[in-house]
Structures are given as structure tokens and as C-alpha cells.
Design a protein around this ligand. Structure first.
Ligand SMILES: Cc1cc2nc3c(=O)[nH]c(=O)nc-3n(C[C@H](O)[C@H](O)[C@H](O)COP(=O)(O)O)c2cc1C
Length: 279
């Protein structure tokens, strides 16, 4: 993935933005994002596609309404994901959408993943959907306003958005009992740190990674009941974000490996998802 800034700088610099400067997004930035989304659409292996939706046309407001339950202010433009309910894959959606988020970050644009606080029916009404397709996730896109709204400050406080789980509760050696030391992580210390600081739905951080020989095995530690009311698997989406950060950081550091799915049992309540094999 081509970015101006280093991935290892972009990932920690991204935070969710909910207060925007309402000025239109420049045509250059819109074009760059559109080209990037087209590339992601070609990469997608399951039935996923991305597009941009705006309440503005040529910098002027139209009569399109895209609601966010008052959580966002000043926003008019969104990255939109469309998923096939049977043939689309939440792990892949999370992986690809996070690339779009990092691309926007690289362009100096603010984003906020939205899986809950957006009016899905507004977005679905204004997007051409085929049978069995729906919109599970969108992200706001726009220029960042200096001062946060009160609602944004309250939301960040509510989910502890500035906090992340400690390293030794996320990364393990050989099993789910022994925390991985940074020494044992070796060259992969920075890669794992990039996973740790990533965004996740309600900041639940369900990723757990076990290093074993030449593998990093990825697990999903689900929060019981979380997202049960939704048809989209938000926590598997979060593992996709972890996969994106891991792969992009490893690639930037010249650490070679590839993804495989091995025949792995769950570890207690952790659900096995996939593994990175060091080459
Ligand atoms: C899959 C996903 C869904 C999210 N849905 C929402 C949402 O509906 N509303 C919202 O305000 N933030 C949402 N967030 C943002 C998270 O709350 C945020 O990423 C987390 O608190 C960490 O904060 P940060 O992004 O500023 O680092 C979502 C994030 C992810 C990854």
C-alpha cells in the first residue's frame, strides 16, 4: 500500500474524529480516495464493495440526508461498505476498510468507523443495493475541526478511547497462559504494538495473538452478548483490523510472512481465526 507517511507513524496517529470542519472535501482528495477504493474493490475476494456517499454535490448541499444520531458534527461525506449477507466476510471487510481508513489518515482526513451510530436506512436508501446486500459499516470522512464537540468528548470518555489493554493481556507464547515478552517477540515487537493501538468496536480489543515457533496465531476473544442483536460480526471485523495492521507493519519492516488458516482448536473461549507464518 502506497502512503506518504510511514505505516508505523500513521497507525498510532489515527484516532476517531467526530467533529468536522463542514467545508467540502477537495476534488483531489475525493479522487485519491475513489481510486483507492476502486483498488480495494478489485482486491476483495468475498462479496464486498466500497464507495463514497455525500450529502454534497460539487461542494453544495443536496437533499440527501445521512444521519448519525447526533454523534458526529459538521460531517457530510462517508466511506460506505456494502456486504453480501451470505457471501461477504467480516474479517475481510475489516481488513480492507482499515486500509481505506489509513489512506484517508495519510491524506490528512479524519475518519470514524461507525457500526452502530449511523442511520442505516438513510445510507441504504441512497446506495444501489443488489439482493442480499446491506451496509454494515460506514466511516465519516472530512477535515478535522480543532475543538471537539461535547458529545465527542463524552463518547471518548465512555469507551475509554485513549486506553488500550496491556501488552501482556493480548500477546502470548505457546498457549493462553504465558504472556509473550518483548524479547521473545523479537523483530515483531513493533508489529504487535501496531495491533495493540488499533481501533475496535466499543474499544473492546478482542484480538489475542499466540506466538508459537514460526507462527503468530490470531484468536478472537469475544465479549459475551456483544453485538448479538446485529447481523454483522463486529468482533470478527476487529480481527480484520488487527490483520491489516500486522501485515502492513511487517511489510514495512521487511519481515516476510504469509497468512494461512491451520487446523487449530479454540483456546478456552478464544476462537481461532488465522495465522501468520514467518518465511
Ligand atoms: C468496527 C467498529 C465500529 C465502531 N462503531 C462506532 C460507532 O457506531 N459509533 C462511534 O462513535 N464509534 C464507533 N467506533 C469507534 C470506536 O469506538 C473507537 O475506534 C475506539 O473507541 C477507539 O478509539 P480511537 O478510534 O479514537 O482510537 C467503531 C470502531 C470500530 C472498529
Amino acid at each position: 500500500m502506497n502512503t506518504n507517511k510511514k505505516i508505523l507513524e500513521l497507525i498510532p496517529s489515527r484516532i476517531s474524529i467526530r467533529t468536522y470542519d463542514p467545508k467540502p472535501i477537495s476534488q483531489i482528495h475525493l479522487n485519491q480516495m475513489t481510486v483507492f477504493l476502486d483498488e480495494l474493490n478489485k482486491q476483495a475476494q468475498s462479496k464486498i464493495r466500497f464507495s463514497i456517499l455525500s450529502t454534497q454535490m460539487d461542494g453544495k448541499e443536496t437533499n440527501i440526508k445521512l444521519g448519525s444520531y447526533g454523534v458526529l458534527s459538521g460531517t457530510h461525506t462517508y466511506l460506505v461498505s456494502v456486504l453480501h449477507e451470505k457471501e461477504g466476510n467480516a474479517l475481510e471487510l475489516g481488513y480492507l476498510f482499515e486500509k481505506a481508513i489509513l489512506k484517508a489518515t495519510d491524506l490528512g482526513l479524519g475518519t470514524c468507523w461507525l457500526g452502530g451510530t449511523f442511520k442505516r436506512e438513510d445510507f441504504e436508501k441512497n446506495t444501489q443495493l443488489n439482493d442480499h446486500e446491506y451496509i454494515p459499516i460506514v466511516s465519516s470522512l472530512g477535515y478535522i475541526k480543532d475543538k471537539r464537540s461535547l458529545i465527542e468528548s463524552a463518547m471518548r470518555f465512555g469507551v475509554g478511547a485513549n486506553n488500550r489493554k496491556a501488552w501482556d493481556t493480548l500477546f502470548f507464547l505457546n498457549d493462553d497462559k504465558h504472556p509473550l515478552s518483548k524479547i521473545d517477540a523479537g523483530d515483531y515487537e513493533k508489529v504487535l504494538e501496531m495491533v495493540r493501538v488499533g481501533p475496535s468496536a466499543s474499544n473492546k480489543q478482542p484480538w489475542r495473538i499466540v506466538k508459537q515457533d514460526k507462527f503468530f496465531h490470531f484468536y478472537c476473544a469475544r465479549n459475551p452478548g456483544y453485538g448479538d442483536m446485529m447481523k454483522y460480526d463486529l468482533q470478527m471485523n476487529d480481527i480484520g483490523i488487527a490483520k491489516c495492521h500486522f501485515e502492513l507493519s511487517a511489510t514495512e519492516l521487511g519481515l516476510n510472512g504469509s497468512w494461512i488458516i491451520t487446523d487449530h482448536p479454540s483456546l478456552g473461549v478464544w476462537e481461532y481465526v488465522l495465522s501468520w507464518e514467518i518465511i
